[in-house]
Design a protein around this ligand. Structure first.
Ligand code: SF4
Length: 488
């Protein structure tokens, strides 16, 4: 009989077929979680351990019995907090993030790096409580411990405010019968070599993107409802279930005209759509000199710097293109040193680099605006200059979002990563694939966060790549702006 871990149990709750595929068709697994999500989870889990003070930690061991024996040792020693406390009942196994032990019972704390409680967390913690109750423990409380989205670092990190604890004890008791039945079915599924028959549904995306979607959707031909950009997953599933799947079928449906346009352009190889009047109207809102600005930021689940919130963005780099008086294109940039708070020096440099009251162009300006607003709130002495930049930002995305400029290669997207190659098909100087090491924002974020761990020589190379990447972001904006001007 296979062991049933808490993660296997949660996979089953999401979809029965997932646990079967995981056992019998593992080669079809396609990773859907990114590294930074996992790193955040580990960081939060490690920090939460000290929430109740000193603790004993059961070290991870591939041989589960070793973890169970270590837990037993700590219980015998009457330790009051055991992290990764591990238990087995029949073939059910679980490590508990934090187990608090009192004279008359135990309390379970399942730690999550998110800022809200999802239903699947309740299944997870209830499964752990089920094992302990079966083993004869008096489970006094079952809790989900997660990050407080309103927490802002002021002085020393305050764990009692950083975390929020939600008590789900009553629910964990109600769920006992359901768990018993689920465990029975899990054993049957895992014991059978016959593939489970389960169709695509919302459960392929919620609560998590399923790593077997490519396999389970292999019967769906190209140009299908799942390729329509911007449509909600609920709507896609609704149409899929009605058998409205192909682009041809979707064209007959009463759906948003932007979806129809994406489909029509792709299927019928339509010529570019350019609304000259609207583009002129947009360009008339901009005034020379124009400064093209783009930030790179990273996020910390646990705030590190004063005034930083949970998952607060930390800007560490920017690129700035502009034309001088003689209409020559110039470039300025900022990239912080690693392992320091980059915000103050970035803000100081930014207000020096951008003259007062010039027009600042960003692509998807809500991001740049939120970064500048946060800096203005943090540094009172720079706030006036920063707010001037904030108030003068315009968004280059506007004509593409409104589809006043649309070509089929944009494929329903107005992201610069689609718009740029669609407008400049064969220009290697505007191709992010030709960059070294850093090709997109999440690579920039991950690379910068780890910069301190590299050798001096590696750091130089990475910093050069980060600068090149961010420079291309604003250079791309300049080229897109020039393209719009040609239309006038
Ligand atoms: S892709 Fe969907 S149907 Fe297939 S295993 Fe995953 S959740 Fe189940």
């Amino acid at each position: 009989m296979s062991n049933i871990s808490k993660s296997l149990y949660c996979n089953y709750v999401q979809c029965k077929k997932m646990i079967w595929l995981n056992k019998y068709k593992k080669e079809e697994y396609v990773e859907t979680k990114n590294d930074s999500v996992m790193e955040n989870g580990n960081e939060v889990g490690d920090l939460a351990r000290s929430y109740f003070g000193n603790y004993s930690l059961v070290k991870y061991n591939e041989v589960l019995i070793n973890m169970i024996m270590e837990t037993k040792k700590y219980l015998k020693q009457k330790k009051s907090i055991i992290c990764e406390a591990s238990f087995k009942f029949d073939n059910l196994f679980s490590s508990i993030d934090i187990l608090k032990i009192d004279d008359n019972g135990v309390s379970i704390y399942e730690v999550k790096s998110s800022t809200e409680v999802k239903d699947i967390y309740k299944d997870d913690a209830s499964f752990q409580a089920y094992i302990l109750r079966k083993l004869g423990f008096n489970v006094k409380s079952v809790n989900i411990m997660h990050l407080n989205s309103n927490y802002v670092l002021k002085g020393k990190l305050d764990l009692s405010n950083l975390f929020v604890i939600e008590d789900i004890t009553d629910l964990s008791i109600i769920k006992e019968k359901e768990i018993e039945e689920n465990v029975k079915e899990i054993n049957e599924i895992l014991d059978s070599e016959i593939e489970i028959d389960e169709d695509i549904d919302l459960h392929c995306f919620k609560p998590y993107d399923c790593p077997f979607f490519k396999y389970c959707s292999r019967h769906i031909k190209e140009n299908n409802v799942f390729e329509v950009r911007g449509m909600t997953i609920n709507k896609k599933i609704e149409l899929y279930k009605k058998g409205i799947i192909s682009f041809d079928e979707l064209l007959k449906e009463d759906i948003n005209e932007k979806y129809l346009e994406q489909i029509d352009f792709r299927l019928n190889n339509k010529k570019p759509k350019i609304n000259k009047e609207k583009i002129k109207e947009f360009l008339d809102t901009l005034k020379d000199p124009i400064y093209f600005l783009d930030f790179e930021t990273y996020q910390d689940a646990i705030p590190k710097y004063e005034g930083q919130s949970v998952y607060g963005k930390v800007p560490f780099q920017y690129s700035l293109h502009y034309y001088d008086k003689d209409n020559n294109l110039k470039h300025k940039e900022f990239l912080s040193k690693e392992d320091i708070d980059p915000r103050r020096s970035l803000a100081e440099q930014l207000v020096k680099d951008i003259p007062n009251n010039v027009c600042v162009l960003a692509y998807n300006m809500s991001f740049e605006k939120s970064v500048i607003k946060n800096l203005a709130e943090l540094y009172e002495d720079l706030s006036e200059d920063l707010l001037k930049i904030y108030n003068n930002i315009k968004d280059l995305m506007v004509p593409f979002k409104s589809r006043d400029y649309y070509v089929k290669e944009m494929d329903g997207s107005y992201s610069i990563k689609y718009v740029l190659p669609a407008l400049f098909k064969d220009d290697p100087s505007l191709d992010y694939h030709n960059l070294e090491l850093v090709h997109n924002g999440s690579e920039a974020m991950d690379t910068f966060k780890k910069l301190g761990s590299y050798s001096e020589e590696e750091r130089k190379k990475i910093r050069k790549s980060l600068l090149k990447y961010c420079e291309l972001d604003t250079y791309a904006m300049v080229k897109i702006y020039e393209k719009l001007k040609e239309i006038e």
